[in-house]
Design a protein around this ligand. Sequence first.
Ligand code: BGC
Length: 763
Amino acid sequence: MKHLVRKLKTMAVLLVVVVISAHAQKTPQDMDRFIDALMKKMTLEEKIGQLNLPVTGDITTGQAKSSDVAKRISQGEVGGLFNLKGVAKIRDVQKQAVENSRLGIPLLFGMDVIHGYETVFPIPLGLSCTWDMKAIEQSARIAAIEASADGISWTFSPMVDVSRDARWGRISEGSGEDPFLGAAIARAMVKGYQGKNMSGKDEIMACVKHFALYGAPEAGRDYNTVDMSRNRMFNEYMLPYQAAVEAGAGSAMAAFNEVDGVPATGNKWLMTDVLRTQWGFDGFVVTDYTGISEMVDHGMGDLQAVAALALNAGIDMDMVSDAFVSTLKKSVEEGKVSVASIDKACRRMLEAKYKLGLFENPYKYCDVKRPAKDIFTPEHRAIARKTASESFVLMKNDNQTLPLQKKGTIAVIGPLGNTRSNMPGTWSVAAVLDNAPSLVEGLKEVTKGKANVVYAKGSNLMSDAAYEERATMFGRSLHRDNRTDKEMLEEALRISADADVIVAALGESSEMSGESSCRTDLTMPDVQRTLLEELLKTGKPVVLVLFTGRPLVLTWEKENVPAILNVWFGGSEAALAIGDVLFGDVNPSGKLTTTFPQNVGQVPLFYAHKNTGRPLNKGWFEKFRTNYLDVSNEPLYPFGYGLSYTSFTYSDISLDRSSMAVNGELTATVTLTNTGNRDGAEVVQLYIRDLVASITRPVKELKGFEKVFLKAGESRKVSFKITPELLKFYNYDLQFVCEPGEFDLMIGGNSQEVKTTRFVLTD
Ligand code: BGC
């Protein structure tokens, strides 16, 4: 009887939900009315339950009912789950929420869909080197289509942390060192994931992360303390988060680190004053994994205290800590948090579900026909292949070593040459690791019948077996070879002896970057360097195909290897894309979005540095100027750098006027010419320097870019409109202003090689 009454009650609630939502989805007022009505029915426990995001173990289909999490769901203790994929499983679990909990509120299903889903795109750092906003948006769109087809409603992406520290493993997950470019990419990604308004069946909710400043940990060590001035924060680090918010990101994730001495997760100034009041964010904020309970170790109090701190700061959802569900009720009773704060957070969670259309159809992402139709399709893979080829950066190409010809014998040598599992790159949790062809397989396919592609491993990843194990986790083993270094080397040289060209596949394994994968030595690992030296001694042309998730120290390689193609980790189609570029079917056009240092002691090294009171004039060492005794201040490869198989020249810059008023604008134009004999694309970059201001300003800042495709011999005018908005910065009082005076305007193909002119901003 009791059971029947409960069932009828559930049905009544569902009916209300359905009736209301049939007329809903229209205006914000409709949403408010719907949520008001729902919240009136909710107990305090149920409201707190909406704020809880536990991680699921792997629930097998059909077992959801009996799992521990199902019990919690039916008790209304869960607002969402993450790391569960597959329509059948998700439908099963969703059913628990919709049919077996008192109010039938649907769950969110989150996942780290970071750079593609099963069709994997290049790691974000590589993707950023395309400078192609359409391609980046499309990569997120395809990721959303595939993830939604597999039951996922919410992705923990985009990761927009600016980082200038090559030691930090997660530099691979972001868009590099520049806030202007990072902001453009943040907007493109949010748009790609969320589509028109998140209500479509293939549109999912984005989560901008990690708010804030996670990319600047001391010593480049993950999770370490961050401490920076508000001046630097707002001028150099905040822009991409703000851009994602303005693009409508439905959620944000708190960073693990502290900001101004208070962990981001408990920082009210950050989560409420900046994010909501200043920027107008109206989505919900989730913590990072155990972000709340980690505040105990930060020294902010016991679990109850830190949970209250987080809620009061403006956090809405607790990822994995179980801190909200286990302590908030008690905190209400003790007057440490108010019911109003819980209501606010609960409302935001319900709003997210409403915006996704989950009240209308909780099984919106559970169409059994979709996975076969929408995941890892030939169309998606073709796009991923093209995008990957755009992300590679040609660092060096002496004597036109590249492109190669599809003929003769090509020896692929190196520990990264025949691994499938390492191709997708770090944070590719939905990748089927065996789906991605290895480099040698890819090159065989691309040269089919025309060239003889042979392979030898040549060396292990590094001589230290324990290090190699740490660097190849999560099923990404390189299958350490038990032969001696000498035996492996001899085999490589034997195989190379018959080759016309050697493709050395060296660098990092995919798990040498990413979360908790920081390094202090960024040179090529020992045995790989030895292998490279020996390959060069053969006198045959050697192309270094460099796999990496971060800037490496390539000083020796730059000096000694004739051609270097940096392929990052290019995703599921990487091997074919590498073939496209190596053989010249695609002309490389990637440009670095992160500075490569000469040595790790220069880090953090970035182009938009300040001048200081003792800048170095020309050349290198000068006593009592800002420099080192042992190495110049120059990067090995600067921000914006990348070669092509063709060449481009820039005319001088012409301005349509030499001064503009604070309400005016001017246009800067260059003529770009493809002076080589191949068609190709060039990323034209605009930089500006504010010469005199009320606070010190960087020597240059990226303020515009355009990727231009030109046929061999073709010229085109490229123009940038300069508005006062572009000249604004946060002044000492953190007001966003532009100040009249002189500005240098620079246009060129990288941050160092630019044409320069000057204009004036008048009152
Ligand atoms: C990472 C986040 C990620 C979360 C959930 C954390 O360790 O910092 O970026 O979204 O785990 O997987």
